[in-house]
Write a protein that binds this ligand. Structure first.
Ligand SMILES: Nc1ncnc2c1ncn2[C@@H]1O[C@H](COP(=O)(O)OP(=O)(O)OP(=O)(O)O)[C@@H](O)[C@H]1O
Length: 989
């Protein structure tokens, strides 16, 4: 056989290269195929086709066969082996037999042979050339090149036809193949001309050289094209960051090496994992909440990746993370990984993506179709999905039943090609879903050893911190391990809790039987201890801890730490964001200890969903109060001067440098959600009045009358009834309706929020943020305030609205992809980011996934008259009264500024009219700044200059400049001079 023979002719060299990657079976089969066998096989195919009346024009193969037969005769001069041609007839027979049941592929294949046949010379007429000694070696080289072309064609075609899902992949893949095929044809044409023209050796070398160059160029072009397509597909799949999840979970485990090894020795697990002893392809791993299932899943991912020749795809669902907890989200995660591990998937996915009409993969049906092809295309695939219980019931069912059905539909001989591990808590729904699978239940004794070694590590940490003796430490270790009762979460909370004690005395008190009684302890008990400790600290820290917990509990999506820092710096009464002074001086761990988890994307969240339940159930956090306070904070913040259209770009830049806009993305998207949630929780009249006043002013300032009628549903009027005393109640309801819609609107309605001036403010702030980083902020401070991805999508329903892009170009490429799509109204839901292709589908998704009604279908309703208000602040111009000072300020700005109300104060320079003298003066100083400037700088007592010389239109803005890092440096010489008793006044110029 050629594979075992040393190559002695250049034909053998070419053949050896072709043969080496073939399986032994292929080598044997192909190497022994004769022309006669090929003919028989073709005749059988023809008969089958004609019996069905579906002849596919196989006569088109004649040209190729004729030319190859002549080729066979001619090369006898150089080689005396039937194998050379056997490796043409064998693959051809395989290809025809494979493709014959699929007419599209069969046609394409016959056409390809026909086109090759057209390029092959009929060599018999040149026979004398081959026998001529002077030409012989040159001709042998040309013939070997032609042979290589044929084998190349077969090699490339076979790669596709050998895929398990080649029929599904065919149309996309064959299109891709065309470019490579064209190159083969061109080479053949050139080789034929070499023979026909009896080319010289120099000409032969020249052709070889240009062909090599063309090949290199083509390869580079193909790589570049594939890179572009891959990027497109990855963006289209928009998967949750599965590798970040895996790294984070693996990191936990690596800190405690050796944990989880029990699982690898578990018989049920082995029967799923180990291919040699396999009997279970589908496995359900379950355990109590906090048992450590997710961390174990990460071990399984790591171990499966070590297996030879296997593909691994995994996914982690996450508590209350709708971006992860849907069938489509899981499919997107799996497909992204399969794409990275399967070259042939790229043309297929690319074609599907570009034809889908979807910005990102968003429909269950398409996701299912793609997943089936991608999964079944693999011969050894492990799929691991953790946290399925975090998904809604319907989604859970969909995920499990889809994968189960894929496995069931595999041919019996391929049943071993797919293995799925599902990890979830044990509940009645899960028991139903996984009823037909083998169950691996994590027991207390399974995790005992791991928890003990975890407890050991922590007791040593505690020993190091407090300088304890060995007995003492052993006692701590035993206590943690015993009380955890198989719950890793408990062991973690307790270890951290003991470690966080202030001194040995406190630790001993905690360890005394009175505090930690013998016997089992509930998770609530340990949460109770942690919170009592957190709240037993100074008033200031207690208040900060509570603020952080409230924010994490109420937030409609996980907040980034920088957003939290801005939120707590806002003073809505003073209309300032005092980032320098009000932000938390310590980090989230210092404030909330083991209750908080910091994620690698900069978000902070509660350690486990049981912590949220505890804090709310125990009323440590009063949901109604905290929701209301976040609602008022969001609305008050968005009503601040820094969002006012009269604020100049210079001023916006200064506000940027002071950290004013760190909470903008969140407040802009979610103010209405908080408002609706607040009302649904029931509020005292006092809070309702405050909210009514705030929303009235907010909407009044921002509202722009829509050009078309809005069909605000009656149910929304009912829901917002507590706000009916707002003088612009109708507009308020409409504004909330539109804000709600902007989180799920289609391209048509992306402009709905044009009815709100705030959109202009958002755009202006973002434009300034994207411009030069303000000189008053260092890059580090800027990053702390706004992160590093400041180029953001304008759609609030897109995760990139707040996550952003690192470059403008990436953002600009992304934005048009939103056009003509429909988006889910539920925050955090994957469909909110990626939308649905039609409104009908979206409505169905919202109904199925979220039980939502279609608010567009409901009728508009009348609203009742206003009752009296509680008064504290009265407008001097129109006597309107308000309970909060900043609402009066906003009112004045809205009602008595240019364009509305009585306007008695006229700017002498430009003729603009104002209702209040103050506004007019401010306008003059802003718009016609030549008249008055507030300058950072002056002369010190020794005659030298201080300050950066920058001029501002208003004194308060100059003061804020002096609060910034750079401003403080500007002011320092002046301050020192003043402290030396040489005070010189600062004046406006
Ligand atoms: N091997 C381990 N080493 C160190 N910490 C661990 C380990 N396993 C789990 N933990 C910790 O225990 C806590 C709970 O773990 P995990 O999230 O894996 O539990 P789970 O069973 O998946 O919980 P859920 O019930 O929410 O699904 C986490 O905080 C995790 O960091």
């Amino acid at each position: 056989m050629a594979s075992s023979m040393p190559p002695n002719t250049i034909f053998d060299v070419v053949l050896k290269k072709f043969i080496s990657p073939l399986t032994d079976k292929e080598k044997a089969e192909f190497g022994s195929t004769t022309f006669h066998e090929l003919q028989l096989s073709m005749a059988r195919i023809q008969m089958q086709q004609s019996s069905k009346g579906k002849q596919r024009g196989m006569h088109r193969l004649e040209g190729f066969l004729e030319a190859m037969k002549e080729f066979d005769k001619v090369i006898q001069v150089f080689v005396n082996s039937s194998e050379i041609l056997a490796f043409v007839w064998g693959p051809m027979k395989f290809l025809l037999q494979t493709a014959c049941h699929f007419s599209e592929a069969f046609d394409a294949l016959i056409t390809a042979y026909q086109r090759i046949g057209e390029q092959l010379p009929l060599l018999a007429q040149h026979e004398t050339q081959f026998r001529n000694k002077t030409h012989q070696s040159r001709m042998e080289k040309v013939l070997s090149l032609m042979y290589k072309d044929i084998l190349d064609f077969h090699w490339k075609a076979m790669r596709y036809f050998k895929r398990r899902m080649w029929k599904q992949l065919f149309s996309a893949v064959w299109k891709n193949f065309e470019t490579e095929f064209a190159e083969i044809l061109r080479n053949l044409r050139e080789h034929r001309s070499l023979i026909e023209s009896q080319a010289s050796i120099a000409q032969l070398h020249e052709i070889i050289r240009t062909q090599e160059m063309a090949q290199t160029t083509l390869k580079m072009q193909k790589e570049e094209e594939n890179r572009r397509r891959r990027e497109f597909c990855i963006q289209w799949l928009a998967s949750a960051p599965y590798d970040v999840d895996q790294d984070a979970h693996a990191k936990v485990r690596h800190t405690y090496p050796g944990t989880g090894q029990w699982l690898l020795a578990n018989k049920r697990f082995m029967s799923w994992f180990d291919r040699d002893m396999s009997s279970n392809q589908l496995l359900w791993m379950t355990g109590i909440p906090g048992a450590g299932k997710t961390i174990l899943a990460s071990l399984v991912v790591e171990e499966t990746k070590k297996l030879p020749d296997v593909t691994v795809a995994f996914f982690y669902c996450r508590y209350e993370d709708l971006q992860r907890n849907t069938f489509v989200a899981v499919a997107r995660g799996l497909l992204s990984q399969l794409l990275n591990q399967d070259e042939d998937l790229l043309p297929y996915l690319y074609e599907k993506a570009t034809k889908s009409g979807q910005t990102s993969l968003s429909t269950d049906s398409l996701a299912k179709q793609l997943l089936e092809t991608a999964i079944k295309n693999h011969r050894k695939l492990y799929v691991i999905i953790d946290g399925i219980d975090e998904c809604e019931r319907e989604q859970r069912k969909e995920i499990v039943s889809t994968l189960e059905s894929f496995w069931e539909s595999l041919p019996y001989t391929d049943a071993d090609s797919l293995r799925c591990l599902f990890v979830s808590q044990d509940d009645s729904a899960a028991r139903k879903d996984f009823a037909r699978m083998v169950t691996l239940k994590i027991t207390q004794s399974d995790t005992k050893q791991d928890i003990s070694s975890y407890a050991h590590t922590w007791s040593q940490e505690i020993r190091a911190k407090f300088g304890l003796d060995q007995n003492h430490v052993q006692c701590i270790e035993n206590m943690i391990a015993e009380k955890a009762e198989g719950m890793f979460l408990f062991a973690r909370l307790m270890s951290h809790y003991l470690h966080d004690q202030g001194n040995v005395g406190e630790l001993n008190r905690e360890l005394s039987p009175a505090t930690f009684p013998r016997g089992p302890l509930r998770l609530e008990d340990i949460y109770g201890k942690i919170t009592r400790k957190l709240f037993g600290r100074s008033d200031a820290i207690r208040s900060d801890s509570k603020k952080l917990l409230s924010l994490m509990i109420c937030a409609k999506r996980p907040l980034k730490w920088r957003e939290i820092q801005c939120a707590v710096s806002i003073d809505i009464d003073e209309e300032i964001v005092n980032w320098e002074e009000n932000r938390f001086p310590v980090d989230s761990k210092d404030l909330c200890g083991s209750l908080v988890e910091i994620y690698s994307d900069g978000t902070v969240n509660l350690v486990h969903h049981t912590a949220r339940r505890y804090l709310v159930d125990e009323q440590i956090i009063d949901l109604a109060v905290e929701e209301m306070s976040l609602t008022l904070l969001s609305i008050g913040y968005l009503s601040m001067q820094c969002f006012d259209s009269s604020t100049s770009d210079d001023e916006v830049n200064l506000f940027i440098s002071l950290g004013y806009y760190g909470f903008l993305d969140y407040a802009y998207a979610y103010w209405s959600r908080h408002l609706e949630k607040s009302l649904s929780l029931g509020q005292p009249q006092e809070s309702i009045s405050e909210l009514t006043e705030a929303i009235q002013q907010f909407v009044e300032y921002n509202w722009i009358e829509p050009t078309s009628k809005l069909n605000v549903p009656k149910s929304l009027y009912d829901h917002l009834k507590p706000l009916e005393t707002a003088s612009n109640y109708n507009d308020v309801v409409s504004a909330i309706y539109l804000a709600r819609k902007q989180l799920h609107s289609s391209a048509k309605s992306i402009h709905d929020d044009d009815n709100f001036r705030l959109k202009e403010a958002l755009k202006r702030v973002r434009d300034c943020l994207e411009g030069e980083i303000s000189e008053t902020t260092t890059p580090e401070t800027f990053k702390l305030m706004y992160g590093s991805q400041i180029f953001k999508c304008p759609r609030p329903n897109c995760t990139l609205f707040y996550n952003g892009f690192p470059t403008k170009q990436l953002r600009d490429e992304h934005v048009p992809k939103h056009e003509r799509l429909y988006f889910c109204s539920f925050s955090g839901c994957a469909i909110a980011t990626i939308g649905r292709a039609t409104l009908k589908e979206l409505q169905k998704h919202e109904k199925d996934a979220h039980g939502s009604i279609n608010i567009d279908d409901e009728d508009e309703d009348e609203y009742p008259e206003l009752p009296p208000e509680i008064v504290s602040f009265v407008c001097e111009i129109c006597n309107a009264s308000f309970t909060r000072k900043h609402n009066l300020k906003n009112h004045t700005r809205t009602k008595h500024s240019q364009g509305t109300g009585s306007q008695n104060f006229i700017c002498q320079t430009c003729g603009k009219a104002f209702a209040r003298q103050g506004d007019c003066t401010r306008h003059k100083s802003t718009a016609h700044s030549a008249t008055m400037k507030f300058k950072c700088g002056g002369t010190l007592s020794d005659g030298s200059a201080w300050g950066c010389g920058k001029e501002f239109s208003r004194g308060d803005i100059l003061s804020r400049h002096w609060k910034s890092e750079k401003g403080q440096r500007c002011f320092l010489p002046k301050q020192l001079d003043d402290e030396r008793g040489n005070s010189t006044p600062i004046t406006a110029t």
